[in-house]
Design a binder for this molecule. Structure first.
Ligand code: HEM
Length: 394
């Protein structure tokens, strides 16, 4: 995908090339003496007009080649996509109001509770990492289906199902049996990010909904917050996502909250000499003291909530990366991006995004669109559910 700024670069570089060549042609024009309408004299030689037409064709061909190579070259900067059958504007004819309905509902829900933006974004992630982006995460328990909602990473944690239900019922009224729940999640994630101040992107659509769910898959493929960097990289690789995607998408933790349960292990582990030596600049020590006061060692406040980004928890920005650099990422998996990277590529990206929000905003759409391409159901496979919680056959 070529981003807006890349388009600008392409247009600028192409126009510079065109201007340069135009000047060359103008210079020749000045030297050229027209003898007759069909004959030219240039630097002492005589040419026929058909010969000059060929030269013009060659120049035009050169312009086209420069433009094309610019396009291809620039597109490769952000990794080429595999070919997938999803397209932006998929519902343009079948349900032109679809994206408008979703955005409006996300807007209403955020107005009531800003955190819902984070919850909707996370739903799309938890959907895509288990069997692909097919709305399997939305299915309740039913005939032949053990709901993913009951899997360890999701239980008492995933939210936003009521917003999905309301939005889906409006979509069904406007365009019955047309817009899939999987696409609804992808659109809602985009609008959630954008309405909290993050970037906007064209969502690729055309997914269908699964006929089953995988609770074991949810336990296996959704990364644990106690993972090492090596485990995270491997986990993302299974989904066809790169370490760059891992860093970029971890930036989603710029909004939303976590329960104490998800990071408690970290704040009570290794408080001995070793940890203090490791945290020799004491950046984490004060932060940990605060976290321990919110989340005591006993289990009684395991469901208490702490912002993932303690600076600007409702705004989608690059503060997450600055927190991580200060040792103040909330989850262990946030901090390993900087503490366990022996090769330097991952931590360098954290530094770059911390310094340049625009860069983060350019890369986020690339990675999330890529995530949205994980194993979509298309054609005759799956179905368009009428109710996102249930199979049509139930
Ligand atoms: C890199 C591996 C990741 C791990 C280990 C991880 C883990 C977690 C955990 C443990 C929570 C808190 C859940 C709770 O305590 O209830 C959380 C919240 C969240 N995660 Fe991740 N996550 C990861 C990647 C992602 C990605 C790729 C996205 C989005 C594309 C994402 C979006 C979010 C959001 C927005 C929240 C806040 C949800 C809310 O407030 O309801 N996470 N994550």
């Amino acid at each position: 995908m070529v981003t807006l700024s890349q388009w600008v670069e392409i247009v600028v570089s192409t126009s510079i090339t065109v201007r340069f060549l135009q000047e060359l042609v103008d210079a020749r024009e000045q030297e050229r003496i027209i003898l007759t309408s069909s004959t030219y004299q240039f630097r002492g030689a005589t040419y026929t007009s058909s010969f000059m037409a060929k030269i013009n064709d060659l120049i035009a061909f050169f312009f086209a080649a420069v433009t094309l190579s610019n396009l291809l070259g620039r597109a490769r900067v952000t990794e080429a996509y595999d070919t997938v059958p999803l397209v932006p504007g998929y519902y343009g004819e079948s349900c032109p109001v679809a994206e408008k309905i979703v955005r409006e509902q996300v807007k209403i829900a955020i107005r009531k509770n800003p955190r819902i933006a984070a919850s909707l974004l996370r739903l799309h992630f938890h959907d895509c990492f288990v069997m692909g982006c097919d709305a399997s995460v939305l299915l309740d328990n039913g005939v032949g289906v053990a709901s993913e909602k009951d899997a360890g990473p999701n239980r008492n944690s995933l939210r936003g199902f009521d917003v999905v239900d309301k939005t889906k019922s409006l979509l069904e009224k406007a365009c019955p049996g047309t817009v899939s729940c999987a696409d609804l999640l992808a659109i809602a994630a985009r609008d959630a990010v954008n309405l909290r101040g993050g970037p906007y992107w064209k969502v690729e659509l055309g997914r269908r909904d699964s006929l089953t769910a995988s609770q074991t898959g949810a336990n296996q493929y959704i990364p644990s917050p106690n993972s090492t960097l090596e485990m995270l990289v491997a986990n993302f690789a299974v989904q066809g996502l790169s370490p760059t995607d891992l860093v970029v998408l971890s930036g989603s933790h710029t909004i939303g909250r976590s329960r104490c349960l998800s990071f408690k292990q970290r704040i009570y582990a290794g408080a001995g000499e070793e940890e203090y030596y490791y945290d020799r600049h004491r950046r984490y020590t004060g932060f940990r003291r605060i976290l321990r006061s919110i989340c005591p060692r006993s289990t009684k406040r395991d469901n208490a909530l702490v912002p993932l980004d303690f600076m600007t928890s409702t705004r989608f920005d690059n503060a997450y990366f600055r927190n991580v650099l200060q040792g103040k990422g909330l989850l262990q998996t946030d901090n390993v991006l900087i503490t366990e990277d022996t090769e330097g590529g991952v931590s360098k990206l954290v530094w770059r995004f911390a310094a340049d929000q625009e860069l983060f905003f350019r890369e986020f759409p690339v990675s999330i669109v890529k995530m949205g391409r994980i194993n979509p159901l298309v054609g005759e496979v799956g179905e368009i559910r009428r109710n996102c919680r249930a199979l049509n056959a139930w």
